[in-house]
Design a binder for this molecule. Sequence first.
Ligand code: COA
Ligand code: AMP
Length: 624
Amino acid sequence: MSAYTEARDSAREDPSGFWLAECGRVDWTVPPTIGLDSSAAPLYRWFPDGELNTCANALDRHVAAGRGDRVAIIHDSPLTGSLRHITYAELLSEVSRFAGVLAGLGVAKGDRVLLYLPMVPEAVVAMLACARLGAVHSVVFGGFAPAELAVRIDDAHPTVIIAASCGIEPGRVIEYLPLVDEAMALAQHSPKARVVLQRAQAPASLAPGDVDWAVAMAGAEPHAPVPVRATDPLYILYTSGTTGKPKGIVRDNGGHAVAMAWSFENVYGMGPDDVWWAASDVGWVVGHSYIVYAPLICGATTVMFEGKPVGTPDAGAFWRVIAEHGIAGLFTAPTAIRAIKKEDPQGSLLAVHHVSSLRSLFLAGERLDPDTYAWATERLGVPVVDNWWQTETGWPIAANLRGLDSLPIKPGSPSLPVPGYDVRVVGPDGADLPPGQDGAIVIRLPLPPGTLPTLWGDDERFIDSYLSTHPGCYTSGDGGYLDEDGYLYVMGRTDDVINVAGHRLSTGSMEAVVAAHPAVAECAVIGVHDELKGQVPRAFVVLKAGADIAPERLQQEVVASVREQIGPVAALKQVVIVPGLPKTRSGKILRRTMRGIADGRPEPVPSTIEDIRVLEAITPLLRE
Ligand code: COA
Ligand code: AMP
């Protein structure tokens, strides 16, 4: 029996015992004696009688073990021309003092704190300071607009908002404070205070009552870690669902810490002496799990990169960072590799920067297409490891476990279910499908530690969205199949969620904005294939009778409102006027059929279609 099958089988046979045995990876103020609490099934909780502090696990224990001089964060920012190394001892000092600042502003255990911060070390300081107090952080990605920020403020009810004065994108500086002002004006809930991190690229004029980060830190007293129950929330991270209202994914403290420690070693094959780089953003789940928590809980060095794979300054940026910092593992989205490949197809910049420290490249966030897999494998000469997961799970569901058992890689597949996840592919009746047959990918309950216990303040929505379609299982929202060897193939979402450049977006929320244009009678937004970004949204609109608007103007206005209401990250650039939208007789728009035609897949025409002529009329427009 291989190490993989042994771990997989024992996690399946006795989940509670398997994970309880892994608890020693983290320090507890009260060690748990119970693994899984099933008393409120299908809502499960992990380690219900354990107590710990996540920040103490990420910092204090390493300093106490004599590793205070080890570099915790390397902040490499080609966008500002700066490079910083921060040791564990320095980070502990910053975090404990910033926790003192937050406590002084009235933040206590269980309170929420909203963070609107770019890729700066202070984002990690703020996250860990919340964790230190037992407060719950909610980081909002900088590419979202004020209206999205307002929805999160009204759902999480933060006591304090922490924002930077600006974020930086190539060629432009984005002032954050006006966006926060606008969001606060839109929101019903009013936080007690705002802390502003001033950045030299665009210092903000503070409003009365605003707290300047640097000023507050100058006189701050350190705060000790506050023990919390393992089941208490550590953070809320909002993600796109099928409707416009984002889902507040809750992460607990205990299960999460164990899952981070276990996966960093077993899935990614990394340890405390490694330099690791997750090239994502702290605003996404990859940033939470693998820029911040996993590497720090394990005592490794994590790289924070404020730049892009191309253009900062060239397509060699990633190779330069690997060579300069001796990176052992890189995690990014396939789209980043496609961007590099497009600019430097021969990989000639790899001759300039020597990447011999790299042991593996991990790719996730969207489907890894075989061309990108082949290019990266050939050019880098290291295993290229696809791994499939979601904001909801917080760590990989399927992967090739580099630290446990390096099994053969099959291009196009994120390999095998990770121990703890009992992955099935089922048909509409919920029955397991035979190998090779496409269906819904579900996971038998209970999910392992570290996965979402619920949605913030909404157990009912959690059950409705994930647990009711296939009772006894978590519905992932992805479709695909298992092969004869049990390898999983993830073919894409079965709902209205799309992945644009590794960013998860809801077409439903874009449709709401498009439909509000005065000339639009109805619309459908679908994700269409894109060479670089994997998918991009395209809007198909039917004009109101008598609407007189030039297509270019309509496109310009719709694109501007999506940018303004959802944010630039939505990347909606194309608006196509169509004579009608294909619908069923009951009036449901056939988005799936439209997606299939746009992607060139032979889609059977549903027998319930209302008017076949509409479909025929828009087919050439879908394929354009
Ligand atoms: N704040 C403000 N605006 C932001 C932003 C942020 N944090 N992040 C992105 N944007 C803006 C971009 O500037 C761009 O604006 P534009 O339309 O004016 O050009 C828009 O949102 C779309 O951004 P993006 O989808 O990232 O496209 P891009 O062309 O700037 O870059 C890639 C494309 C492929 C290079 C980039 O998306 C990338 O590196 N992705 C892979 C890594 C990753 O972060 N994956 C996430 C999960 S692992
Ligand atoms: P997010 O919640 O932003 O991490 O996005 C999760 C979604 O991204 C999944 O439901 C998938 O649709 C997609 N995804 C993530 N990783 C992969 C992968 N390795 N292969 C295919 N799709 C992926």
